[in-house]
Design a protein around this ligand. Structure first.
Ligand code: ZN
Length: 147
């Protein structure tokens, strides 16, 4: 399958059938992330057990790229240690900015690697990184993310 088509299908699939969208009961960390240039507005909710992210959900609205990206991110970080998730966020943001291009690093992102083409769409970069940036922020500064 052509990469562009794959990318479109993955984005569509996550918008039509989001897996992690909704309100989480008794989340440990909650943080809102906004991208005013597009109107993307998400509230990310994480459950944490020790060092491990045991669940991730989000609420909100926005363009197809922002919503697909945060849904894929939730998939990726559940079951990961906090420092692994922060590292993945760095890889994802590096990929979207076109700074990380080696296949081995990008493969670690699994399905989220499909968004690599956003690197060629500067106006959509903030949409794609919104969820990841919010997640990194709440793990590094949990004092901002307590309910
Ligand atoms: Zn957007």
């Amino acid at each position: 399958m052509e990469l562009k088509q794959l990318y479109r299908e993955i984005v569509n699939e996550h918008n039509m059938h989001p897996v992690h969208k909704g309100k989480m009961e008794s989340a440990d960390l909650v943080l809102r992330g906004v991208n005013p240039s597009c109107g993307d507005d998400i509230t990310l909710q994480l459950k944490i057990d020790g060092d491990v992210i045991t669940d991730a959900m989000y609420e909100g609205s926005g363009c197809a790229i922002s919503q697909a990206s945060v849904d894929m991110m939730a998939d990726q970080i559940i079951g990961k240690k906090k420092d692994e998730a922060i590292k993945l966020a760095g890889t994802f943001m590096g990929m979207i900015k076109g700074e990380i291009t080696d296949e081995e690093s990008i493969e670690a992102l699994d399905e989220a690697a499909a968004l690599q083409d956003v690197a060629h769409m500067p106006a959509r970069v903030k949409c794609a990184v919104l969820g990841w940036h919010t997640m990194q922020e709440m793990l590094e500064h949990p004092e901002k993310a307590n309910e």
